[in-house]
Ligand binder design. Structure first.
Ligand code: C2G
Length: 444
């Protein structure tokens, strides 16, 4: 008798799950299915699981393919289960190709091709639908995005669009999704859009996606003009759609914790915020050669402005930019200084100058120092006049962190788009206005 084992969350049970179990069963005579617990999913960074473990087990059982269902509650369990149950074949979808090769010493490992098109036939009965996401732009960030989607329940990457079809095809091949050359067909196949194309194209893609009735998650900077941001948000509101700016720090758990503590009054009234983010790029990179929309501030400014807007607000009295520019006029390093009625803020960022990526928040009773890289906010300390008193906080930042923004985006869609306190529409509009002002000063 050939014994097969597979594992999964099986949340919002869909056709991809059904086909996987069917083929897993066909590999042998007896199929064991391990269903993950919520706490295990949390530790492995899978967010937003909707169905209870009871429902998920029931759904697996209903298929009739599982001869036995077990619970998977910890990392490392697979190895022991394979021995315990005398397993011949371990199988899982090809989105995990390579990840479980370490089990090859104990049994045969088979990666079954993942189901590309999740149709809605099975989902119609579900109270919550799987959102099929379509990606516009196939660069570095899009490549980091796809594996993070896998860790958020309730969303699946359907396909990629790129006017340069070969680029979309290469990307789709790599991630086992569909490539679309025709944007109408692309919109027909998806529910939500992730825009990761060059900055200058964001505005047009946002407009098009909203007109096609799609919710939009757009990489920062959302747009580069205040008027465009206002118009895009007004459009989304009119159409009842979510428009969401992807600044991943805004949604990560450590940054949320930090804001809570900073605003709790422990350091008194906040008077000064200093944020720095540098990331050295090659001289021939897009970031340092796109003379219209490249440069340090356009690339990294959204991050460094975020804690300032969150903690000091958008009501600054003045803002000024100082840059060190390269020969092509792009800023290799930029310092932004803001003056408030009762406070100051400085944001520095650089693609050609390296500095300490820390965040310092100074108040009337103490200060908070967020260790570099502060945009992950994994560790920070609260200091007071009494040097012996230091409060220490840590928080996780899993993987590339994009899962937090994807999870929040879905949450907003499923809750009528109302809860936008982590990054408000007003803050995104202010950010677009600051980008516009920066570009104007650069042209002078
Ligand atoms: N799957 C698939 N096609 C899809 C979606 C999922 O073939 N469109 C497969 C996955 O590859 C996996 C199974 O269905 O083999 C269950 O998927 P999930 O519920 O997303 O669980 P996952 O996070 O992949 O768990 O220990 C857990 C396992 O390692 C995998």
């Amino acid at each position: 008798m050939i014994k097969v084992i597979t594992y999964g969350t099986f949340d919002l049970f869909h056709e991809g799950h059904y086909r996987l179990l069917k083929r897993a069963k066909a590999l042998g005579d007896y199929l064991i299915v391990g269903v993950t617990t919520e706490s295990y999913d949390k530790t492995r960074g899978k967010l937003g699981v909707v169905d209870s473990i009871i429902t998920r087990i029931e759904n697996v059982k209903k298929t009739g393919f599982a001869d036995e269902v077990i619970i998977e509650e910890a990392a490392g369990q697979k190895f022991n289960d394979i021995k315990k149950y005398h397993i011949d074949i371990f199988t899982v979808g090809s989105d995990w190709t390579g990840c479980f090769d370490y089990l090859k010493d104990c049994c045969k490992v088979v990666y079954l091709e993942r189901t590309r098109n999740i149709s809605s036939t099975m989902l119609r009965e579900q109270r919550q639908q799987i959102m099929r996401i379509g990606i516009i732009g196939n660069g570095r960030i899009a490549n980091r995005f796809v594996p993070e989607v896998k860790l958020v329940s309730g969303v699946s990457v359907q396909g990629a669009y790129n006017p340069r079809v070969h680029s979309a095809e290469r990307f789709a091949e790599k991630w086992e999704i569909n490539a679309y050359e025709d944007i109408e067909r692309f919109y027909d196949a998806i529910d939500v859009v992730y825009i990761a194309s060059p900055h200058s194209s964001h505005y047009d893609y946002i407009k098009g996606a909203l007109e096609h009735g799609k919710h939009v998650l757009c990489e920062k900077p959302l747009v580069l003009q205040k008027r465009q941001a206002e118009e895009a948000f007004a459009n989304a509101k009119k159409l009842g759609l979510v428009l969401f700016e992807g600044i991943k720090t805004a949604y990560c758990p450590g940054f949320q914790k930090l804001l809570g503590i900073a605003c709790s009054g422990v350091i008194g009234t906040i008077r000064n915020v200093e944020a720095c983010f540098t990331k050295l790029e090659r001289e021939d990179s897009r970031e340092l050669t796109d003379t219209l929309y490249g440069g340090s501030f356009i690339e990294l400014g959204s991050y460094v402005m975020l804690p300032i807007l969150k903690l000091m607000g958008a009501g600054y009295e003045s803002i000024s930019f100082d840059s060190i520019n390269g020969e092509n006029g792009l800023d290799l390093f930029t310092r932004v200084t803001l003056r408030y009625q009762n406070g100051l803020a400085t944001a520095t960022c650089g693609l050609g100058v390296k500095s300490e990526g820390r965040l310092l928040i100074a108040g009337t009773k103490g200060y908070i120092l967020v260790e570099a890289p502060w945009w992950k906010t994994t560790y920070f300390e609260v200091h007071y006049e009494d040097v012996n008193r230091v409060d220490k906080y840590s928080e996780v930042f899993l993987g590339d962190g994009l899962r937090y923004e994807i999870s929040e985006f879905l949450f907003r869609i499923n809750h009528g788009g109302k809860e936008d306190f982590k990054l408000t529409r007003g803050e995104s509009i202010t950010l677009a206005g600051i980008m516009e002002q920066f570009l104007e000063t650069r042209q002078e």
